[in-house]
Design a protein around this ligand. Structure first.
Ligand SMILES: [Zn+2]
Length: 187
């Protein structure tokens, strides 16, 4: 190999890694992508599905909630319980679509906002805007930020600050508190 061929080879390798570096950067979501996900969440909603607004409040007595929800759902949504890690089929849900509140059908997250956190609970790095209210809870010794549905008040999970960039947030959601609406029945 003469020096020229060697240099060309070196350049090709460098260009190759620069390109794969760029491709990697393009794959990671940027702040503007988060804005777009929040703004355009309806593009992941199945055709013909009518969804309520966060302002259209649902207030029911506990007896009514017990009729609507199964035992685990009632415990999580109305009593701030936590399902056992790894039990939700939604951990493995990878289809395009929307995750709505199991209590009141309010859309909360899209499939684009979900990521694999490895915790055993469905995890999201952002939400559809305006769908949650938060409060500090002291169920454990340290304060955690609990979040609940803005429409029905149902408890969904806790927010942690160890999520992926650019939000750095992890919405750790109980799977039983969610219902998944696939964008397409075929997907
Ligand atoms: Zn709700």
């Amino acid at each position: 190999m003469n020096r020229r061929t060697w240099l060309q080879g070196l350049f090709a390798t460098a260009a190759g890694s620069a390109l794969s570096g760029l491709a990697g950067a393009a794959a990671a979501p940027q702040a503007k992508d988060i804005d777009a996900m929040q703004k355009n969440w309806r593009t992941l909603l199945a055709a013909g599905v009518n969804t309520p607004a966060p302002t259209d409040k649902v207030k029911l007595a506990n007896d009514e909630w017990r009729k609507r929800l199964d035992k685990t759902q009632f415990n999580v949504l109305r009593e701030e319980g936590t399902e056992r890690a790894g039990t939700s089929p939604l951990n493995a849900e990878k289809r395009a679509g929307v995750f709505a509140c199991a209590g009141c059908d309010l859309p909360l997250f899209t499939s684009e906002m979900k990521y694999e956190s490895g915790t055993g609970w469905p995890s999201f790095f952002t939400t559809i805007p305006g769908v949650f209210a938060t409060k500090k809870d002291f169920h454990l010794l340290y304060p955690r930020t609990e979040y609940h549905c803005a429409r029905c008040g149902g408890h969904h999970g806790h927010i942690f600050d160890d999520g992926p960039k650019p939000t750095g947030l992890r919405y750790c959601n109980n799977g039983v508190a969610l219902k998944f609406i696939p964008k397409s029945a075929k997907a």
